[in-house]
Design a protein around this ligand. Structure first.
Ligand code: GLC
Length: 446
């Protein structure tokens, strides 16, 4: 990017033309946790694992999962309006209930619920119709599978009814049960790849029994054969393409590609009693903070058992979409902006590095000289408001340009320029960003 000062917003990022290119440009994905847990509004899989409800009671939700109002085309339109460029659906969560037709188990919504539809197939078709990249979430561990070490008395009973001799982790990865499980695990991933050709595989649940049990390197090789070009998240030992911080916006930018996954309230799946929603402003803000550090956001929603997306979630998606649409040029295809310390808020850069976007959340105390950016050595051509194109006054004050020490860029911000969720300014530079990153020192020639 022609930077003279050791600052490179693309440090650790894959080369141009890599399979991750669409992912890096996309910025916003929607993470859909949909499963039988939405019937009673309990936590996805964890409710029985943590003993909040018995396994049988959890599984009894199968009979209430209807998907009768599921309209994948309306979903896809909504996600497109929200500004998302990709979507990720829980094809199978830790509870082992597949949302797709699998030849390897009866435990699917197709065979065991009144829905009796391959929801993954319909979801993929509709999402592609709207040009959304398709991601499938798949839990490695499966707390219902009789060959997985049982996790609750209910699962143990189910395994015993099946006549299985279950095993304990202490028996090691060469136990026949574990070998069976691995065959099943590989088989279902192969089904996902062959039947739905996802653009992204979003794995989860790689934490037990331990990395050497799964042989993730071989799995990754297989996946690359079954589904060439697929992007894979990090929860597959060390064989993934990008990091997945969760629920807390990173303070320090992760190195390389990453995606922050976050719920809108406090639950991944639908839990009607959880009203602890983030406001639209808060969502816009965390989104800007992530893209400013070069990351994506995978924003969670939890549809109800009949396929209805709760009103609070629709409202936020629509609101986010309106803001995204207005500020698209500062979002899609951009790169991480300035490191902390230069501007009091997130920033992004266009690919050629000569346009800097500033994201600003608050109402300044005065109009003139209200925003400052430090460390920019380039001459500034113009400053304008993204969305309205209103041009703004600016001036550089101070510094010692002959010694390479830039002054502070001050920008005027009249109230008419402010967006209620986040104002975005476009700073056009003379040439690619040349950033002063020094600690300062004496100026020896005056
Ligand atoms: C955690 C949870 C899981 C959720 C996931 C989303 O790993 O186990 O319930 O699906 O986070 O990132």
């Amino acid at each position: 990017m022609g930077l003279t000062t050791g600052f490179d917003p693309m440090a650790g990022m894959p080369e141009e033309g890599s399979d991750l290119e669409w992912f890096l440009d996309a910025k916003l994905g929607i993470f859909i946790h949909w499963g039988i847990y939405s019937v009673n509004g309990v936590s996805e899989s964890w409710s029985f694992f943590n003993g909040h409800i018995p396994y049988d009671e959890y599984m009894a939700q199968l009979s209430g999962f209807t998907a009768e109002k599921f309209d994948p085309y309306a979903w896809a339109e909504l996600f497109e309006r929200a500004g998302a460029r990709y979507v990720v659906l829980t094809a199978k969560h830790h509870d082992g209930v597949a949302l797709f037709e699998t030849a390897l188990s009866d435990l699917s919504v197709v065979r065991k619920t009144p829905a009796a539809r391959d929801l993954v197939a319909e979801f993929c078709a509709a999402s592609r119709w709207k040009n959304l990249k398709v991601g499938l979430y798949f839990s490695h561990l499966d707390w219902s599978h009789p060959d997985y070490s049982p996790v609750s008395p209910g699962c143990t009973a189910a395994a015993m009814e099946d006549g299985k001799v279950f095993f304990r982790w202490t028996e090691g990865p060469y136990h026949p049960s574990w070998r069976n499980f691995i065959e099943f695990h590989r088989g279902q991933i192969r089904e996902l790849c062959h039947n739905y050709a996802p653009d992204l595989l979003w794995f989860d649940g790689d934490w037990t029994p331990g990395p050497n049990w799964w042989d993730f390197e071989t799995l990754r090789d297989d996946i690359d054969l079954w589904c060439p070009g697929v992007v894979v998240n990090s929860r597959i030992g060390k064989s993934g393409d990008y990091a997945t911080p969760e629920q807390g916006v990173p303070i320090v930018s992760p190195r390389g590609p990453w995606e922050f996954c976050v719920t809108m309230n406090d639950s991944w799946g639908y839990q009607g009693k959880d009203r602890n929603y983030k406001s639209l402003r808060q969502i816009v803000r965390l989104f800007a903070e992530c893209i400013g550090m070069g990351g994506n956001v995978l924003l969670g929603i939890g549809p109800m058992a009949d396929g209805t997306i709760p009103a609070e979630q629709i409202e936020r998606l629509e609101g986010l979409g309106q803001w995204m649409k207005r500020h698209a040029e500062a979002i899609y295809g951009t790169r991480a902006g300035l490191p902390h310390g230069h501007f009091n808020g997130p920033t992004t850069l266009n690919p050629s590095g000569d346009v800097l976007y500033l994201f600003f959340f608050d109402r300044p105390a005065e109009q003139r000289n209200s925003l400052s950016v430090k460390g920019i050595r380039n001459a500034v051509r113009s400053v304008s408001v993204v969305g309205s194109r209103q041009s703004l006054g600016f001036r550089t004050i101070g510094g010692a340009s002959w010694a390479g020490i830039p002054g502070v860029l001050w920008i005027d911000l009249p109230p008419s320029a402010l967006d209620r969720n986040a104002t975005v300014l476009r700073v056009e530079l003379e040439g690619p960003l040349d950033l002063f990153r020094g600690e300062g020192g004496a100026v020896t020639t005056n």
